[in-house]
Design a binder for this molecule. Sequence first.
Ligand code: PNS
Length: 165
Amino acid sequence: MLRAVYPGSFDPITNGHLDVIERASHIFEEVLVAVAQNDQKKPLFSAENRIALIETVTRHNPRIRVTSFDGLLVDFATSVSAVALVRGLRAVSDFEFEFQMALMNRKLQPKIETIFLTPREEFSYISSRVVKEIARLGGDVTGFVPENVAFALADAYHPQPPSQP
Ligand code: PNS
């Protein structure tokens, strides 16, 4: 089983992430989307909610599985016998951090390769951080995230009071 781990915060998943996941699923027999439980980043959505949002939009593809992980990424990837880590590269600005992470992960576990995939150019300016800001300020996030995520963002930032009977 040629398995890759696609790790990230996914707070929340965007259409750019989904594009990378689909591309990875054409290369690997299984893509394990691994949601980092990293509470240092104070995520908007719990790991359980992030997983549920991703599962809903990847259900159509039998090569994709979703889980969470804690601790070192290379330890998790080793524990699931992954041969590669997948990361998306949107622009040159991503490169420095991604390069450092890839080399550090290789130092920690030389058997696991990092593969970079580039999402479609119309997704290159999307990030979870910017999408959250737009949603928080009441802007329209259609086209940046799947529908279930747009609903979850609206609910998180602008919860509607329950309707009276
Ligand atoms: O979506 P993000 O926030 O860019 O994902 C970053 C993530 C979660 C992949 C990275 O922070 C990570 O791998 N965290 C796990 C802890 C770890 O292994 N750190 C050393 C990486 S060099």
